[in-house]
Design a protein. Structure first.
Length: 268
């Protein structure tokens, strides 16, 4: 798996995939920039009048319900159905599922009408999708006692997709094979958008890779490795603002060789 993923880094800049993102208005700029940093190209077409056409031009689609509105939901459905028709990967990020009834209903409505290739979220969000417990603070996760790998495995089997559950230890599963990734740093929780950006990174790798499980491992672990490197490079007077800039720097610099040296992944 490691060698297969390492090759994806070299292919990214060559193929420069187009990633269509109907995403969180709070983190949209960060999502666009992380797409460019890893070597792909972003486009954010939110309107239901053009979302489907844009999805037909793209190599992957990200749907993120972080700032859901009625037209946003319509656009997601149109784009998602177009992506399913074209056969490109769809990465679904159910931000804050379980926090409000409306948000949860939107997530379930999307899953009913669109086939996701990858679902990525924190333990509370993903647990809610499969009828489990959900503990949220706004759109952030609370304490879920069920292990991430168990939630990921059950979710993957339930929706016939790849499931990625973020946390202190990230879990990635296709329902049969499950991996635990132990990269990351506490400072990743001190800036907004690292989860949204992780979903985008997964979509970027999914757009060029043939193995969605490997693409998901690549995307989520890249965020963790870059977070570790960014934190290690801070000086005593640096804070979260500098960390965010350095995080983007390292995402743009990490190649396949650096990824292999930095990743800590094991089978569950």
């Amino acid at each position: 798996m490691e060698q297969d993923i390492a090759k994806l880094f070299g292919e990214m800049n060559k193929k420069n995939p187009l990633i269509h993102q109907i995403t969180n208005l709070v983190t949209m700029n960060d999502c666009a920039n992380v797409t460019l940093a890893v070597g792909a190209s972003p486009v954010m077409a939110l309107s239901p009048y053009e979302a489907g056409d844009m999805a037909m031009l793209a190599n992957a689609l990200v749907l993120n319900i972080g700032t859901m509105q009625e037209d946003t939901l319509k656009g997601m459905k149109v784009a998602g159905k177009a992506a399913n028709t074209k056969g490109i990967p769809v990465v679904f990020d159910p931000v804050g599922a379980g926090a409000t009834l409306y948000r949860t209903n939107c997530a379930m409505e999307i899953l009913k009408e669109i086939r996701p290739s990858v679902i990525r979220g924190n333990a509370s969000e993903i647990s809610k999708l499969i009828g489990g417990p959900s503990v949220t603070k706004g759109v952030d996760t609370g304490c879920i006692t069920v292990p991430n790998w168990e939630i990921a495995k059950k979710t993957a089997a339930s929706f016939n997709c790849i499931a990625v559950v973020s946390g202190e230890k990230d879990a990635v599963s296709d329902g049969k094979d499950t991996y635990i990734i132990q990269n990351g740093h506490p400072m990743l929780t001190k800036i907004t958008g690292t989860g949204c950006m992780s979903s985008v990174l997964i979509a970027c790798f999914a757009a060029i890779g043939h193995n969605l499980l490997h693409s998901a491992v690549a995307g989520i672990s890249l965020m963790g490795i870059a977070g570790e490197m960014a934190a290690a490079s801070l000086s005593a007077q640096d804070g979260t603002g500098t960390f965010k800039v350095k995080l983007m720097d390292f995402i743009s610099r990490i190649d396949g060789e650096m990824w292999i040296k930095g990743v800590r992944v094991s089978a569950a």
